[in-house]
Design a protein around this ligand. Structure first.
Ligand code: GDP
Length: 255
């Protein structure tokens, strides 16, 4: 039976199987063959074949790994090899802000390079756009124009750029529609509003504001593992329709 990996440590993986049962799985045999040497063999988002345990139905063994559409990696310093953070992403959501924290285009440029290199479609989200609007027609007008200029350069290169606000809701409908039925990971400096954006999209979501930023903090970068989370999109963003879904992988991201 096939299944999607939703979380995992080095040798125990949580797999959501095709029969809707979530099973804790080990890997059958020693290694799953991949073409590269990764720090971890399997990541959230991977599609695997599972042999359910005949006695404990909540257990199983992973017997094979389906070919990946793409992999989101980062260099694992300790292991001196690439570490898989997520597989099969439809989009990498690069979250940035005009202010608080200050606009850092180089972070986004690096993440764009990584997304292109790994074959994942990036979407640039400039959150806290309410703060950009406050800059207009003040002594920060020039700063605002610089930000707009850089966002337009990315747009001219063909990237989708959203100017949105988790606080006021501006642009959130368009963002939720983009994410619907897709699998994404969010990257961005701490404090740019990643958890806030997710909470606006799904107000029953377990992520607390600031929780991602804590995880993204320096220090525990190498230990945090990703988890695939199903979001139920807030009906107010979906023309009143309930039960629309989006999937995200809460990864430790990239620096
Ligand atoms: P994360 O570290 O990227 O997950 O960021 P958080 O979601 O924890 O947000 C950091 C801070 O920014 C919190 O105090 C949020 O209330 C605030 N914030 C998030 N989105 C917005 C926004 O659109 N506008 C404004 N003004 N503040 C926001």
């Amino acid at each position: 039976m096939n299944g999607t990996v939703i979380a995992g440590t080095n040798n125990l993986f949580t797999v959501e199987c095709a029969d809707d049962v979530i099973r804790n799985c080990t890997i059958k045999g020693k290694v799953i063959k991949t073409d590269k040497e990764f720090y971890n063999p399997i990541a959230p988002g991977d599609i695997v074949e599972v042999e359910p345990d005949p006695i404990n139905d909540d257990k199983g063994q992973i017997t094979s790994l389906d070919e990946r559409k793409n992999t989101f990696l980062r260099w694992n310093v300790k292991g001196r090899c690439p570490q898989l953070l997520a597989s099969n992403l439809d989009y990498l959501i690069l979250v940035t802000t005009p202010d608080e924290p200050p606009f850092r285009p180089r972070f986004t440029d690096r993440a764009l390079a990584q997304a292109e290199h790994q074959g994942i479609t990036p979407i640039i989200v400039c959150n806290k756009w309410d703060l950009a609007e406050k800059m207009q027609n003040t002594d920060r007008q020039k700063e605002f124009e610089e930000i707009e200029k850089r966002l337009s350069i990315w747009e001219d290169l063909g990237y989708k750029v959203l100017r949105i606000s988790a606080k006021t809701g501006e642009g959130m409908i368009q963002f939720a529609e983009l994410l619907e039925d897709h699998l994404c990971a969010f990257v961005g400096q701490s404090g740019v509003g990643k958890s806030s954006l997710i909470n606006v999209m799904d107000n029953s979501c377990v992520l607390k504001t600031g929780s991602l930023s804590k995880k993204y903090g320096r220090g525990n970068h190498t230990t945090t593992k990703g988890t695939l989370i199903h979001l139920t999109l807030n009906e107010s963003l979906m023309e009143g329709v309930q039960g629309r879904k989006a999937n995200i992988i809460d990864t430790p991201g990239i620096r």
